[in-house]
Design a binder for this molecule. Structure first.
Ligand code: ADE
Ligand code: ZN
Length: 327
């Protein structure tokens, strides 16, 4: 049985497997620019973040109806339950859908049908994190936050994703301020392709509580010291970093160094349909590549629960389950 863990960095659109993409395209009569599942899988070779995002946004075209979003989330939950995931904080990108004419309500109602009773059906508690696309305008992000207002009881936090370089966190200061006024928590992708300075800016200007990726903080020892001291969690995604060429090979990944420095790192899958594995494959792969010890693995699992936005009784229950787990 895989170690119990929380997954904190998972884009639901990034769980769209080629088979499901073709099934949805057929059901809804949308066009995919690939002749077969095999041809699509062969396109999963990326030069960098942007080349991945081009395909990721192209494939979201098949997500049209509430049922499509429900099916997508159900497929993820069923995979995740077999991987020891006890709690999942799931990103979604409303602007990737509203820009195509799919209403916000279709997206969130569809996801919610799969998520609201996920604990009973899959043994996984879930929370939604609404991401703003940072390569779109701050006005568009604010419109998205306004559209989300009737659904705030379904959303735990806001996040920031898409093309990082040239789109610093400060661009979204006002929308994050508004989100926090509305009672939402805050995270942001930073230090994936972008510089360590974006990590500091996300903390100082946006008031985020966690950093998604953040591996470039290692270029700034003073910032590392701060993150250790303030126990700011980093949601690290090893397979993603290799596939998007942020690191050359898994064996070169800095995760072990991050843990040994005392950073509160976690392991996550990011966009598992595109990057060659779900969260447990990431655990197994990085453990083998970096020769991680049982202590490292226990710390990673513990960090995942400690960094998650769950209530304290639930956290205590998950941590007790982890304490009773033998590797
Ligand atoms: N959207 C989906 N996956 C992403 C990633 N790894 N970085 C930025 N935006 C994303
Ligand atoms: Zn991500």
């Amino acid at each position: 049985m895989p170690v119990p863990k929380a997954e904190l960095h998972l884009h639901i659109e990034g769980t769209l497997e080629p088979e499901l993409a073709f099934a949805l395209a057929e059901r809804d009569g949308t066009e995919l620019p690939f002749a077969s599942v095999e041809e699509l899988r062969a396109a999963y070779r990326f030069e960098d973040l942007q080349s991945f995002l081009d395909l990721y946004y192209r494939l979201t075209d098949v997500l049209q109806t509430e049922q499509d979003f429900t099916d997508l989330a159900e497929a993820y939950l069923s995979r995740a339950s077999a991987e020891g995931v006890r709690h999942a904080e799931i990103f979604f990108d409303p602007q990737a859908h509203t820009a195509r004419g799919v209403p916000f309500a279709t997206v969130i109602d569809g996801l919610w049908k799969a998520l609201y009773d996920s604990e009973q059906r899959y043994g996984i508690s879930t929370a939604l994190i609404m991401c703003f696309l940072r390569d779109l305008s701050a006005e568009s992000a604010l419109e998205t936050l306004n559209a989300a207002e009737p659904y705030l009881d379904r959303i735990v936090a806001v996040g920031l994703d898409s093309a990082e370089v040239g789109h610093p966190p400060a661009k979204f200061a006002a929308v994050y301020r508004r989100a926090r006024e509305l009672g939402l928590r805050a995270v942001a992708h930073a230090g994936e392709e972008g510089p360590a300075a974006y990590v500091a800016e996300a903390l100082d200007v946006l008031g985020v509580e966690r950093i998604d990726h953040g591996i470039r903080v290692l270029e700034d020892p003073m910032l590392v010291e701060r993150l250790v001291r303030e126990r700011i969690p980093l949601t690290v995604c090893p397979f993603s970093n290799v596939r998007l060429r942020v690191v050359d090979r898994l064996a070169d990944h800095p995760l072990r160094r991050m843990l040994d420095l005392g950073l509160v790192a976690t392991v996550n899958s990011d966009d598992p349909a595109y990057f060659g594995g779900y969260v447990h494959e990431n655990f197994d792969g990085i453990q083998a590549a970096l020769d991680l010890t049982v202590d490292h693995l226990r710390t990673l699992a513990r960090n995942s629960f400690e960094a998650s936005f769950i209530d304290e009784p639930t956290r205590a229950r998950y941590l007790a389950e982890l304490d009773a787990y033998t590797f």
